[in-house]
Structures are given as C-alpha cells and as structure tokens.
Write a protein that binds this ligand. Structure first.
Ligand code: ME8
Length: 654
C-alpha cells in the first residue's frame, strides 16, 4: 500500500572537472533517502544531473582543446558512469543542454517577464568566473571573491534583471513562519541573516552574447543568454516534464539536498523565482557541510582529493557509503581521514555487525543444522531485546526522516551491540552443553529475527550488503520489485522469519581490514597524487608569463660560473644534492639543489655550473644552501646550465 510520494534531488554538478568525494556524498545521501522512503511505502523519484552552461565550462573546454559540447558530453558521462558503481540508483539524469530543459527555462523566463518582474538596465559589478556571478563591493573580502579568494573582474554592461528584491520581504516571512523550510537550523539562521543584511539586490539574469554564447537564449532578446543559475535551478521541474508531465503533477514539490556553498541560490534565488512564476515552493532545502581532508579543503592542486572510485575498488561501495553516512553529522563539516575510515569499518562493520552474523549463523549451523528453529516460551531477556529492536527501528525511522542519518545508524548499532551482548549473556553454547534445547531454539530464533530486521533497515545505506545478509537469512527480497515492504509493519511483528526455512551456515559480509597494510598503501597513493599535483602546479607556474623586471633589478642578480669541487646526496632527502663549488671567492660555497633524480653525484665534480649567489641562505634538513644552481626544465626533464666554453671561476653572467 503506498502512502505518499517523495521527490529528492541533488544539485546538478558542474562538468568542469571529474566527480569527487563531495559529489559522491550528496548523491549517496539522496539515494539513501529515496530508498528509505521506498521502505516507508512511498512512491519515490530521485534525480541528479549535470550543469553544462556558462563561462566556467567554456574555459575548461578550451583548456582541453575541445568544443564546449564535446567537453560536456565527456564529463557528464563520467558522472553518469560513476553512480552505479556507488549503488546510486537515480531515476532521472538531467542535463541542462537537454532540449526539453532549454524549453522549460525559456517558458519560466517568459512567465517571469510577463509578470513584469524582469527589466533591462546597466550594471557594474565584480564578476568571479569561479562562482559565475557578480559580487557587490560589500560582499568582497579585502577586494577578493569570498569563495575563491581571487580578484574578480570589474565588468560594466547592459543586462536583464530579475526583480528579486520585490519578493525578499515575503521570503523572509515565509522562512520565519516555516522553521524547517531550510534545515538544519544553522543554515536557516544564515539565510535569515542574508535577508536581514540589506545586501541583497535584484539578480542579473542574462549575459550578452558578445561575451558568452554557451547558454540558453532569452526568449525575449536573442542578443542575450540566460545566467547559469537561472538556467540550472529550473532543472528541478524541467526533468519532471513541467508544465504538463505526469511526474510534475505527481512529485512537485520535492526535497533538495545541497551543501552549504550553494545555500544562497537555493535559499533565495530559487524560491523567489518560483514565487514570481506562480509555482509552489519546494518542501525543504536540506543543507549539509563540507568534507575536509585532514582539516583542509580538498583541492586538486593540493593533491588531497578522495577519489570515490578508488575507495570503492579498495573497500566496496557498501562500506564506503556506510562510512560517509555514519561519519558526517548532516549540517556540520566532517573530516575524511584514512585511519578513521578503516577504524570505523573494522569496528562497526567487521566487529559489531559482521561478527554478529558470523557467530549466530555458525551456531545455528552447529546446533540446528542451519534451519530456523521454532521458538518456545520467551523470557524477560527475550522480550527486552525484542523491545529494544522495535525501539531502535522506531528511532531509526524518526531520525532518518528528519535528516539525522548518522544518528539513525547509531540507533541501529546500539541494537547490534545489544544483540552481541545478548549472545554473550544467553550463551547458546552453554545451553547446548546443558541439553536445554528448547531454550537454545528460542535464543537462536530471537537473534535471527532481530538480525533480519537489522538487515531490512540497512538497505537504504548498504543495498548490496543488506540483500546479502537477508539471503543468508533465507529471505529473498527484491526491493526493486517490492518497494512496499513497509518498515512500519515490521516494527511490531516478529513473525516475519518463518521457522523451518534453511539459512546460510556462515557469513563473511564484512571482512576485517589489515589496517597497517592498507594504510601504507593509501599513504603511498596519496604521496604519488601529491607529487603529481606538485609537478602540475610547477608546470603551470613555469608556463605562466612572468611580470616585467627593470634592467636594474636584473643587473642586481649575482649570476656566476663555478667549478664543482664535490657533490653528494643530502642525508635524509632523496631529491637533493649537496654541492661544494669554487666561485673564485677564496672559500668554496655550499649550495643545495633538487636535481638528485637527474644527475649522479659522482659525475659532477670537475664540471662547471652557473648559479645565482645573492639569494638569502636557506636551510634544508640542517644543511645550508647559499645560492641556487641554474637549470632548464621542461616536461619533467632537467638539465644544468653550463658555459659553452670553460670559463674562469667567478665569471659573471649577463
Ligand atoms: O554548485 N563536501 O555545482 P558543483 C561536500 N552546478 N559536498 C561537496 C563538496 C565537499 N567538499 N564539494 C562539492 C554547483 N560538494 C552548481 C549547482 S544546482 C541547480 C547547480 C557537492 O559541481 C555539494 O553537494 O560545484 C555541493 O553543493 C555541490 O557538490 C556543488 O557542486
């Protein structure tokens, strides 16, 4: 019996780069919510997609030597291919280059225009390409974009504006009167803060084609394309087939899941756009925090991004999903670190849940030939653990529904730990030894029945593992076919596991991870990634044009020829050579140079090099460097700069 409908969305991701942990997290949350609502017996729809227009995409495509369309096709495909690997079963995948989406954006734009909410005007603003938006003077931090900390470009041009300011008082009142419209509370407060600040103005919703053509043409002026955010937000209804589609009628309004970075467009632009177009508002905006890597923002240039594909290769998608959903308190930032990751998998999955399944199944094999026994009279202990089981399930539902997924899982783990304790206190092995077979049957039955419930409710979080555990308990449940398996009905009924059925004789769903070996491997992979990032960064810097220097500045550089007297590897630093060089100064000079991977130290004494001598001294691993040897570097190849003919030591370069 279906009790309602549930529509959940993720942001549609920019296709300027490959998917990473943050994208994986939001989409896993949405997938888990969709599955959870299926368990509640609701008809669900879950959508994700890619945001493909705008400056940012054009620049990324150019960098890869591709047309925007070719480029977006490739990267959008990568997002689509990733989702099944993480057991993400989205019902729809929307692309803002889809013809239907384009039509709906134009229809909404026209509606807002006809309502008199769009005007043409001149505007000067600080434009950040990273954010694809203008900032007012007040919003900048020390003249820089607050998100990217880069200097925005000041652009003055004629554009179309959405009269957002007209709807701001209404929105403020709406948010005040609907305390869970934006949740958790801290983001509602943040949004109210923005609404009260007076810094919000009308929204510039067009870009002149003279500057950008990669966008959706305005229906009322072909010289302009639509601002990416006005285009992207509309995806939430275009994919439902707005205005006449059955899905739109069935599923709108829905639930949005986003991270804190895009609170403003979702919390301010989107509701005011909907209001102006005369459409119902979404139900809730659910805002989560950021995943950090050891307290730092993940970034490609630091080489510290977590690759979801690699994580699932190493640990499986069930464990990866479990960790993300269990570790992050929805709304707060969370740290991803490998020690905590492996620690949690070993404790929660291998020790608690895995161990429960493994020991109860092998005891049932030993004492009952792997047949679910017929329970007899229940004791207070049995009734207590069964009550705990029902309570945990009730808590799980309540917490999951209010987006407290980590706490919902904690409620189930309390039960799992309680069941392990129940095994210890009831000691089935002792009952067997003492010949108390009736009691033994009851204890095993109670355990198996509770384990079945645990597996049932874990399906939203770990779909494959839940199905495997259920199969081990002789339950052939196809959630896809049978979504109306309602948890509610299961809570108070313990008859779902039939005595007499065959079950598995052993279980190893969550093997223990050898933390030491795995951490060493991950450490190695991180190092390689950081090295790659460092090289890329160095190449980027090397190819960037340098600012002009005056002749005097150049003349002030003391560049001289010298002869290498000795050279050896610096202790404790693989890449550094320690030189002693005669520059004709009376005393030899010590210089360190990071070229150990390119030259054997024995080959260098007696040869000449060039160096800059008047740099401040630097100390590396306790050794001082008094200058820098000149090299030429390209594509990872490094060679020393030497005079074409031997020259007296100390000769000046210029
Ligand atoms: O903003 N931690 O796309 P986007 C957690 N196209 N979540 C993270 C994260 C992190 N470190 N990094 C990214 C856009 N995310 C627009 C959206 S919607 C109409 C248009 C997730 O590719 C999180 O969900 O920059 C965040 O809101 C989203 O990726 C931003 O994705």
């Amino acid at each position: 019996m279906q009790t309602g409908t549930y529509y959940v969305t993720t942001p549609i991701y920019y296709v300027n780069d490959n998917p990473h942990l943050g994208h994986a997290y939001t989409t896993i949350v949405a997938d888990a919510l969709a599955r959870f609502h299926k368990l509640l017996g609701e008809k669900t729809l879950f959508s994700t997609g890619t945001d493909e227009h705008g400056d940012k995409i054009v620049k990324a495509a150019a960098k890869h030597g591709q047309s925007p369309q070719e480029f977006v096709d490739t990267i959008s495909g990568r997002f689509r291919d990733l989702w099944p690997r993480l057991q993400i079963a989205n019902d729809r995948f929307v692309r803002t280059t889809d013809p239907h989406h384009i039509k709906v954006v134009q229809a909404i734009m026209q509606k807002v225009y006809d309502r008199g909410d769009i005007y043409f005007g001149e505007f000067g603003g600080h434009y950040c390409t990273g954010c694809e938006r203008f900032y007012t003077e007040k919003e900048l931090v020390d003249g820089l974009c607050p998100q990217h900390l880069t200097k925005p470009e000041f652009i003055k041009e004629k554009n179309y504006f959405f009269k957002m300011s007209r709807y701001l008082p209404w929105l403020k009142q709406y948010v005040e009167e609907h305390p869970d419209f934006i949740r958790p509370e801290r983001y509602r407060k943040e949004l109210l803060g923005m609404l009260e600040s007076g810094a919000l103005e009308d929204l510039c919703i067009s870009r002149p084609k003279s500057r950008l053509t990669w966008g959706i043409e305005l229906p009322f002026d072909s010289n302009y394309v639509t601002y990416v955010w006005f285009d992207a937000l509309v995806n939430y209804i275009s994919l439902l087939g707005y205005p006449d589609g059955e899905d739109y009628k069935t599923f709108w309004p829905g639930e949005h899941i986003v991270a804190k970075d895009i609170l403003k467009p979702h919390g301010i632009f989107w509701p005011t756009m909907l209001r102006s177009a005369g459409l119902p508002l979404y139900n809730h905006l659910n805002v989560h925090g950021y995943w950090l890597m050891r307290d730092t923002k993940m970034s490609k240039s630091l080489g510290n991004v977590v690759d979801p594909v690699r994580m699932t290769e190493l640990f499986g998608s069930d464990a990866f999903r479990y960790f993300l959903l269990r570790e992050m308190q929805f709304g707060s930032d969370a740290n991803f670190n490998y020690e905590a990751f492996i620690g949690r998998l070993n404790t929660d999955l291998a020790n608690d849940l895995g161990n429960l399944f493994s020991r109860v199944l092998s005891m049932t094999a030993k004492y009952e030939n792997s047949i679910v026994p017929q329970p007899r009279d229940k004791t207070d202990d049995d009734r207590a653990i069964m009550n705990d089981c029902a309570d945990s399930m009730r808590n799980y539902i309540k917490l999951f529904e209010s987006m407290q997924i980590a706490r919902a899982l904690e409620a189930i783990w309390e039960l799992v730990r309680g069941l392990n304790k129940y095994v210890d206190t009831q000691a089935p092995w002792a009952l067997a030894k003492e010949g108390k077979t009736e009691r033994l049957k009851t204890v095993l039955y109670v355990l198996l029945a509770c384990m079945r419930k645990v597996a049932l409710v874990l399906w939203p979080v770990m779909p494959h593992a839940a199905i495997t555990m259920l199969r081990q308990l002789g339950q052939d449940i196809d959630y896809g076919q049978n979504p109306e398996l309602i948890i509610d009905d299961e809570i108070n009924c313990f008859g779902g596991l039939y005595p007499g059925i065959s079950i598995a004789s052993s279980s190893n769903v969550f093997p223990r991870i050898d933390a030491k070996v795995m951490l060493a491997q991950l450490e190695e992979e991180s190092r390689a990634m950081q090295e790659k990032a460092r090289k890329l960064q160095a190449e980027k810097e090397a190819s960037a044009p340098r600012p002009q220097v005056t002749f005097d500045v150049f003349k002030s550089c003391e560049l001289r020829v010298g002869t290498v007297l000795s050279c050896e590897k610096l202790k404790g630093a693989d890449r550094i050579l320690k030189f002693s060089i005669d520059f004709g100064e009376g005393e030899p000079r010590q210089i360190l140079s990071g070229i150990a991977q390119h030259y054997e130290p024995e080959s260098l004494p007696g040869t000449q090099v060039c160096a800059i001598l008047n740099l401040p001294p630097r100390t590396i691993r306790g050794a001082q460097s008094n200058g820098m040897i000149l090299t030429a570097e390209k594509d990872g190849r490094v060679v020393l700069i030497r005079p074409e003919q031997p020259m007296p030591n100390g000769s000046l370069l210029g």
